[in-house]
Design a protein around this ligand. Structure first.
Ligand code: HEM
Length: 499
């Protein structure tokens, strides 16, 4: 007992870092001791972990790299763009620690959690050359336009019925339908909710809750034998057969009407079914890959658009500038993907939102080292360490960004003396989609959808604060970081242009 206590007292990073694990390099990795057994688990399990970690790192002078313990799991977090790049782009960090929830939801065979190896490389190849190939993203534009038009009509209806609009439910319906269209080739009538749509919504919601829940047993495995407060295991057991039956039913429908030639606008099921030889996937693997796309695509697009709109409501000058850009460059016609590429202010507004409200402030899913990794600052991260990048801390660091708390799209406008920063993983000062071999494969689809929808929301409406419900920028961290209180606003029609 006394040896245990002494070890804990002298171990920076807590007991998962005992035996000098944090001192293997020429410089040791600083970090909080936390509590015996639990480490920093209790301080990070509830609330806003990105903010807590940022303030711990700054208090301990450990922004480059900080070691801490989540129960028995040794973890490092970097809040520094240079060290973050070394971690994310290192071939020894191409694995992810797989949580119990992801395993139970079959995600160990999906792109996000499959270990670095032949199978994962195959999935990434399929993703880049088939699912997210530029020509396929372009061919799905009519679907994006259709879902947006339905959303705009829904907004008009709600505004005239209630005098205000709760934007979130429109965005969620549009993004679920949009991703269902791209992945399964299926769209639902959101105005008249069918039983199938209701079930699907429930399944997605349940999956989000389970995946996003902080499960103590991931870090204290012995706890699962007597502590399961949210009946997590039972809930998985109920959800997984539903998911399998829904997705395999859809795959079967596609098999029956199989065509030999897969067109550019084919959905993901048709694409996967058309693969042959080395690329052919087993049915269970297809289910895992397809279901993961629904998860990853739906909430990120909806919540990022909600953050953008909240910023535009609170910054009327920026909203007006965006409307001027749209009026000058697009005029009276409907906005298209091609127009969006030529709207630098719109791109800057999206980038600035990704900077202030990165949807994955800790880049959502951590990485795992497969061998010792030597860093340029002389610290060494031992094998089997979980690593996180605190993207939120980097994008709010005054040493990296001038006036980091101010929403200022001009910082990205070259014409206004700003810098056209690439957000796709090449510049770690702003890498909301991660970087390196595990960078988000859906980044182009995500940005193209959010940009088009914001452009259309702004082209057709003037967005005004609801005097009875102030815009509240409080966050809640689930699977992604979203607005704690949904945005409630007034939408004033600007024109009578068709959607
Ligand atoms: C605003 C939209 C989005 C954001 C901010 C976002 C962010 C991220 C981040 C931070 C990662 C981890 C990257 C890393 O470890 O370096 C990731 C991974 C991933 N994302 Fe996205 N994402 C978005 C949209 C999408 C969409 C639309 C899809 C698919 C339909 C998608 C599918 C995935 C997958 C499959 C992975 C795992 C990649 C792997 O481990 O190899 N994401 N995303």
């Amino acid at each position: 007992m006394s040896i245990g206590v002494l070890t804990w007292v002298f171990t920076a990073g807590g007991h998962a870092w005992k035996h000098g694990r944090n001192q293997k390099g020429r410089a040791s990795i600083p970090g909080p001791r936390g509590l015996p057994v639990f480490g920093s688990l209790l301080s990070l399990s509830g609330g806003l972990a990105h903010r807590t970690l940022a303030s711990m790192a700054s208090t301990l002078g450990a922004t480059q790299l900080m070691a801490f313990s989540l129960g028995s799991t040794p973890v490092v977090v970097s809040s520094d763009p240079h060290i973050a790049r070394e971690i994310l782009t290192s071939p020894h960090f191409a694995d992810r620690p797989i949580k119990q929830s992801a395993k139970m939801l079959m995600f160990s065979r999906a792109i996000g959690f499959a270990p670095n190896g032949t199978y994962w490389r195959l999935l990434r190849r399929i993703a880049s050359s088939h699912l997210f190939a530029p020509k396929r993203i372009a061919a799905h534009e009519p679907g994006r336009q259709l879902d947006c038009a339905t959303m705009l009509q829904g907004i008009i209806n709600e505004q005239s019925q209630n005098g205000v609009v709760l934007l979130r439910k429109h965005l969620q319906a549009a993004s679920l339908n949009n991703i269902m269209g791209s992945v399964f080739g299926k769209r639902y009538n959101v105005a008249h909710e069918s039983q199938e749509l209701q079930e699907l919504r429930e399944m997605v919601k349940e999956g989000f809750e389970l995946l996003g829940a902080f499960n103590f047993s991931d870090h204290l495995p012995w706890l699962s034998y007597f502590y399961d407060p949210f009946s997590i295991n039972q809930r998985y057991a109920a959800l997984v057969p539903h998911v399998k039956s829904l997705v395999s039913g859809i795959i079967e429908e596609h098999r029956i009407r199989e065509s030999d030639k897969v067109s550019d606008n084919a959905d993901f099921v048709d694409v996967l079914l058309s693969l042959d030889g080395d690329e052919k996937l087993q049915e269970d693997d297809m289910i895992a890959v397809l279901w993961e796309m629904i998860f990853r695509g739906t909430d990120t697009i909806a919540l990022l658009t909600e953050w953008v709109m909240a910023e535009l409501v609170m910054n009327p000058d920026i909203q007006a500038e965006l409307q001027r850009e749209l009026d000058n460059l697009v005029g009276d016609k409907g906005v298209t993907d091609a127009d969006v590429l030529n709207l630098p202010y719109l791109q800057s507004v999206i980038k600035e939102t990704l900077r202030i409200h990165p949807p994955g402030p800790l880049l959502s899913w951590a990485r795992l080292s497969t061998s010792d990794v030597q860093l340029s600052n002389n610290m060494l991260i031992p094998a089997h360490t979980t690593a996180m990048v605190n993207m939120w801390a980097i994008t709010h660091d005054p040493m990296v960004w001038e006036d980091p708390l101010v929403f200022k799209p001009e910082r990205f406008m070259e014409k206004a003396g700003g810098e056209n920063v690439d957000v796709r993983g090449n510049d770690l000062r702003l890498a909301p989609f991660g970087a390196g071999r595990r960078v988000c494969p859906g980044k182009n689809l995500g940005t193209v959808t959010v940009s088009l929808w914001v452009a259309k929301l702004i082209q057709h409406f003037q967005w005004v604060p609801n005097p009875e419900k102030a815009v509240d920028f409080s966050e809640v961290l689930k699977l992604s970081c979203e607005m704690k209180n949904p945005l409630s606003v007034i939408a004033v029609r600007r024109n009578v242009l068709p959607f």
